[in-house]
Design a protein around this ligand. Structure first.
Ligand code: ZN
Length: 263
């Protein structure tokens, strides 16, 4: 067999993705206009302020700096990077443990940096999420738009089922009795922890991932084989993006929370 006659079998590759792949939601990641980086903007004033000033408490992106548009369902193969051939991505510094690789179907269209991928099957959220009860309506957070009532707390991902919930005093709470889920919110119904109490909630949720596209474009004899993209969990990049109004306050809050967390 001559090498020159060996070629990619596109049909077989697509067949593999169709047979073994998963459906996910793909959204195009776009910079929010609050992240103004136009050089000329610094020469212009708007409402008595430099036009280059970043808008705080942004209603469009909730402080993340990215908006996600053009949602559609696509199919692709998902694999981890902590074992198997993709481990080399960790070794060369492209990926960190916990990242994943997504190989989209040829029919999926282009994926680009900072696009969002949402899995349609729930997975446990590693060790869970530590939450300060009613933090959204306490102290300076009252100035920030959170859309959370005093009986609600924010989750990183849309939950499917609760696994364990316990507060810093060792009190255990039950899903369905003490709290319920409403999209990405915990709604407290009974036996609510006091405001300012830390609790941990481990749950299964529909994880969202952000695309790292750059090192993995695949071409064969000038033909685009569609990208194989690296993805990273969204909360790892934007943990509390929407809950602080200045970076300095953000650091203070982190310090305060860190010192109050019991290990
Ligand atoms: Zn914004």
């Amino acid at each position: 067999m001559s090498l020159i006659n060996t070629d990619w079998d596109y049909a077989k590759l697509e067949e593999l993705i169709e047979a073994r792949g998963s459906y996910v939601i793909h959204e195009t990641g776009v910079a929010c206009t609050c992240r103004n980086q136009d050089t000329f903007a610094s020469m212009i004033e708007r409402d008595g302020m430099p036009a280059s000033l970043r808008r705080l408490n942004c209603y469009l992106c909730a402080g993340d700096g990215y908006i996600y548009r053009n949602a559609r369902v696509i199919k692709g193969l998902i694999s981890g990077v902590s074992s198997g051939p993709s481990r080399s991505l960790i070794n060369v510094g492209y990926a960190v443990p916990g990242d994943a690789v997504f190989s989209p179907s040829f029919n999926a269209g282009n994926l680009t940096d900072f696009d969002k991928i949402t899995f349609l099957f729930p997975e446990p959220l590693h060790e869970g999420q530590v939450i300060l009860r009613n933090a959204a309506n306490m102290s300076d957070n009252k100035l920030v738009r959170t859309d959370l009532s005093s009986s609600e707390d924010r989750l990183w991902y849309s939950p499917a089922a609760a696994i364990w919930c316990e507060d810093e005093n060792g009190i255990i709470y039950t899903h369905g009795t003490d709290f319920v889920f409403d999209d990405k919110k915990v709604q407290w119904v009974e036996n609510t922890p006091d405001d300012g109490t830390l609790y941990v909630l481990k749950y299964e949720g529909y994880h969202e991932w952000l695309v790292y596209h750059t090192p993995l474009d695949r071409f064969d004899r000038d033909r685009d084989l569609s990208p194989r993209v690296l993805i990273r969990k969204k909360h790892v990049m934007f943990t509390n993006g929407s809950l602080a109004d200045t970076p300095a306050k953000r650091v203070d809050e982190q310090d305060e929370l860190t010192t109050r967390t019991k290990i």
